[in-house]
Design a protein around this ligand. Sequence first.
Ligand SMILES: O=P(O)(O)O[C@H]1O[C@H](CO)[C@@H](O)[C@H]1O
Ligand SMILES: O=c1cc[nH]c(=O)[nH]1
Length: 236
Amino acid sequence: MTTHIGAAPGEIAETVLLPGDPLRAQWAAETFLDGATCVNRVRGMLGFTGTWRGHRVTIHGSGMGMPSLSIYVNELIRDYGARTLIRVGSAGGLQPHTGLRDVILAQAASSVSTPSSALLRELNLAPVADWGLLSAAHRAAEGRGTRSHVGVIHSSDTFYSERDDHTEQLIRHGVLGIEMEAAELYLLAARHKVRALAVLTVSDHVVTHEALPSDQRERSFADMIEIALEAAFAAP
Ligand SMILES: O=P(O)(O)O[C@H]1O[C@H](CO)[C@@H](O)[C@H]1O
Ligand SMILES: O=c1cc[nH]c(=O)[nH]1
């Protein structure tokens, strides 16, 4: 048991999928895992452990934003021994070709700052995905015929940004989408020498303002979950 996770020792798997939304964690566990049991309810941040094709998996909410994700990922790695962490989140599309429901495999994640910025100070480390997970996720997406894009995303501290100049530069530099957690996940994974990836589904488009409703963001991103599971257990 940690400050924010009520699971007993051994109740968290080495492979953890991390949706921001705890109710997406519940839906994904009930839909894709066999024998899923709830292992955390502290603060309503639900976590479930079960098996997928015989492999133990935990699906645990991370909350919204990098400070929240940082709490859960630190405890999952340091106290529960998580070794493969895959964010499964929604993202705003930025490019004309990143349409609603497309999957983005985040090769790297830019940011203005993350919780690690206080530690890194003037160092501007590039937060990058684990190559094995990224390439396996790409193969899985291709195999399923999912419209997917591999490239850079942006992890923001704000959902309601008023910095249109930032958005313009992100689009100009080919950034595929915007979300709020991956950059810190990648930095924590590098620091603790574990594997991380963010698999995202485009839930809205920053330029066209098309958007999926919240119930679909919670319960309908099946491709993203299955791509993450296939990548986690793909042969190296
Ligand atoms: O759908 P999730 O995984 O929560 O991800 C995105 O959605 C939230 C904002 O609505 C932020 O957490 C953002 O990163
Ligand atoms: O952070 C996010 C997530 C989804 N859509 C956005 O526009 N931003």
